[in-house]
Design a protein around this ligand. Structure first.
Ligand code: SF4
Length: 379
């Protein structure tokens, strides 16, 4: 068993950076790798990893933050439910995401609804138990990592015979989103850093289509500097002359080929795949999860995808989420849009790409280690 310090060891990290530089020179072309996990986005910038890479290796953030990919129509639907009298329960980041006219936070401040920030679906369930007859709606967003906890909470709600607990599912699944990105002609990616948390649940196998069908290498990895650099080293190597694209697993201490069977069984018992809207990407068939037929008593009708909605026109979150621009290329970045006064979800979310660039834009590895030693990991 290796300890956390091994994954942050400066000599080890430096050796990995040197190896990436040599392999990038062998590849002989610019390489663009995309991470699709908000935890990776924050770790990459907090540890100052872009500063360790050669100029020819560029990192882009994709649609890996669940708050960021939640469309405006979902927020509008949540506000509608709150205005009809339901107590909304939500994670803190989602609370602040702008809808067409206002966020849930804004609607709450205006006295239009009541909302409670929770840390888990179980907190929402407890709110329902405490609220007696009042309907409590949990705003359920997240990828394959979060969805099993909602499924387990629904099992408990059924066991308790709760009649006032409902779920508005905005859950999404990652493989279809990556397929949609790979099929988009404007998106050019040379390799994917696959999401460690999602793959802990799903396993690595659902992502084999990326090298097999699209000829693009990918690598699952964890969240420490050495994990992330090891995956970039692997991707750079796989982009070298004569190499065949493949799926690699640099996170074997957590990710198995077939994932977490118990969590997957829970998901299958409670949820079914549905079409979903992704901010910045649009409609992706089969990329969402909703409550299955035996759980309709807990289900809230999701937003109509055709429903008109409005987004702040200058916000370029959609382009950021497809890796078409870096956050600083948005004209609002850092001036009009900051974490204290966010315009779009990529700045609202603590795992959003714009927030990561704003907080840690020029962070070095040494400064990152010092800051983490002082403040704790906490991303
Ligand atoms: S900087 Fe703000 S307005 Fe611009 S893309 Fe990011 S979140 Fe949207």
């Amino acid at each position: 068993m290796r300890f956390i310090d091994d994954f942050r060891n400066a000599e080890h990290v430096k050796a990995l950076a040197g190896s990436i530089e040599r392999r990038a020179a062998q590849a002989g072309r610019p390489l663009r790798f995309m991470e699709v996990c908000g935890g990776h986005t924050m770790a990459i910038h907090r540890f100052g990893l872009p500063q360790l890479l050669p100029e020819s290796v560029e990192l882009l953030s994709g649609p890996g933050c669940p708050v960021c990919v939640t469309p405006t129509t979902y927020i509008d639907r949540a506000i509608e439910l709150g205005r009809d009298g339901a107590l909304l329960t939500t994670f803190g980041d989602l609370y602040r995401v702008p809808g067409s006219e206002r966020s849930v936070e804004g609607a709450s401040a205006a006295g239009l609804l009541e909302a409670l920030v929770v840390y888990s679906p179980r907190d929402a369930l407890r709110a329902a138990q405490d609220s007696h007859d009042r309907e409590v709606v949990f705003l359920a967003i997240g990828f394959e990592t979060t969805a099993p906890t909602v499924a387990a909470t629904l099992l408990e709600a059924k066991r308790l015979g709760l009649r006032n607990f409902r779920v508005l599912s905005g859950h999404k699944t990652m493989p279809r989103a990556l397929r949609a990105l790979l099929e988009a002609p404007e998106v050019a990616i040379d390799g994917f850093i696959l999401p460690g948390h999602v793959c802990t649940i799903t396993g690595a196998r659902p992502f084999t289509f990326i090298p097999d069908e699209f000829g693009v290498p990918c690598c699952v990895t964890g969240f420490e500097p050495a994990d992330i650099l090891a995956s970039i080293e692997k991707l750079t190597e796989l982009c070298g002359p004569g190499r065949r694209p493949a799926l690699e697993n640099a996170y074997r201490r957590a990710v198995r080929p077939d994932g977490n069977e118990k969590a997957l069984a829970l998901l299958e018992r409670v949820m079914v795949p549905v079409d979903a809207q992704w901010r910045g990407i649009g409609h992706i068939p089969g990329s969402g999860l909703d409550l299955g037929p035996q759980w309709l008593e807990f289900r809230v009708e999701p937003p109509d995808p055709e429903r008109p909605s409005a987004e702040y026109s200058a916000c370029r979150c959609g382009d950021v989420l497809r890796g078409l621009i870096k956050p600083a290329e948005c004209s609002l970045f850092g001036e009009v849009c900051t974490p204290d006064s966010p315009v779009g979800p990529c700045m609202v979310s603590s795992e959003g790409s714009c927030a990561a660039h704003f907080k840690y834009g020029s962070q070095t590895f040494t400064a990152g280690l010092a800051e983490i030693a002082e403040n704790g990991k906490g991303y």
